[in-house]
Design a protein around this ligand. Sequence first.
Ligand SMILES: Nc1ncnc2c1ncn2[C@@H]1O[C@H](COP(=O)(O)OP(=O)(O)OP(=O)(O)O)[C@@H](O)[C@H]1O
Ligand SMILES: [Mg+2]
Length: 459
Amino acid sequence: MTTEQIQQRRILIADDDDGVRAVLRDLLAGEGYHVSEARSGTEVLTNLAAGNGYHLLLMDVRMPGLDGLEVLERLRKNNSDIGVIMITAHATSSVAIRAMQAGAFDYLLKPFEVDEVLVLVQRFFEHQELASKVKTLESQASDPRERMIGQSPAMQRIYKTIGRVAASDAPVLVTGETGTGKELVANVIHANSSRRNGPMISVNCAALPDTLLESELFGHEKGAFTSAVAQRKGRFELANNGTIFLDEVGELSLTAQKKLLRVLQEGTFERVGGTATIKVDVRVITATNRDLEEEVRKGTFREDLYYRLNVINIHMPPLRERKEDIPLLIEYFLNKYRYTPASPPTRISEEAIAKMMAYDWPGNVRQLENEIRRAVVYAQGKVITSDLLSLEPGRAVVEFDIAQAVRDRVPLEALLRDVERSMLSEALRQCDGDRSAAAERLGLTAAALDKRLKTYGLA
Ligand SMILES: Nc1ncnc2c1ncn2[C@@H]1O[C@H](COP(=O)(O)OP(=O)(O)OP(=O)(O)O)[C@@H](O)[C@H]1O
Ligand SMILES: [Mg+2]
């Protein structure tokens, strides 16, 4: 960090004890921070109201008149976004809890070591910088669904490719492991194309049996098959003038593949059971986490279709190959999954971040997202420590008291997801990774189990 950057950082020190103020002032001013002082809670409020652009307030809890906690609560009520570190001589849990609940960044215990203060202040500014980076990234994307986080060289290359191909109508094949953001890329391409005001239709080709999938994609005429009681438009017709995203395209039957090839070549098809030729203007984006070349060799995927779809290939890198993006992603998801909608983002300990950096993330960004979501619930508004993470596959942690969970306002959905994830990994562990045995134990079909494993990054 440059001296200039430090000098722009304004800290207000509030304590009625002249000695403590002097120590803190000398220490922080000595590091180059811009420091001012206040002797009481009221002085803090007038000082801040004067709008001097302070970034951080170091404030004693015990002050005559308005005490530190009251000041903090008032600041939050007034939507002040100044960072606050509380100083207290009494490490009672109630003061600590109240301070953190009121949105303090952290607290310092008296007597404190000089190093402790510096590390905490430095950590606050690092945290703030990261948060503002995330904000900038967010504001660059207009639609909340199309936020891509990551600044690694690998992601920069992805952004460049998206920028180059978005404007054209060329088909794009997005490849990569599960949870790397393939669907997100498809959405971003659409949102940045001239078709952005047209529909964006997604179809998961793995979710439907062959017979239904063909009519889902191309529609059917009344009476085309037993359950076809009325004529129905398919997804290609619905996607006219927009984009269609075919996820798990490797699952298409050979008949459906043939029809898709014709759509790509001529923009035409017939509904199932129909004879009228329908013409559409649709951009096709496909994705797969299978090796399509291998499917081509085995004869289950048409070679000509493969080349048509693969005109532009975007390969999403696994998270373990761009670990430098992990802190940014953690910050982003902490901000997204607040403990309650009104809570400030939960904070995370350095060692928890270190643990996440060291981990390999087989389920990639989706797994990281799920991990943060559940850790936020476990941390209950406090700091996420590494013991709250469940990164080792197979570790099942479901220990909760329903009455307490309700009192703690643990969101139902989050808790259910957590139970689900824990049961899945426990079943796999008990069955030594044998999926069909695990599925049976859980009362699921093998396909349903696979889908859930994927969702939780356990596949
Ligand atoms: N770079 C990223 N920035 C922010 N969020 C991301 C990023 N990459 C993925 N995500 C999020 O991770 C989750 C999984 O992403 P997505 O569904 O696009 O993965 P996928 O590659 O399609 O996975 P699968 O192969 O299992 O279908 C989504 O919630 C998505 O928003
Ligand atoms: Mg997907």
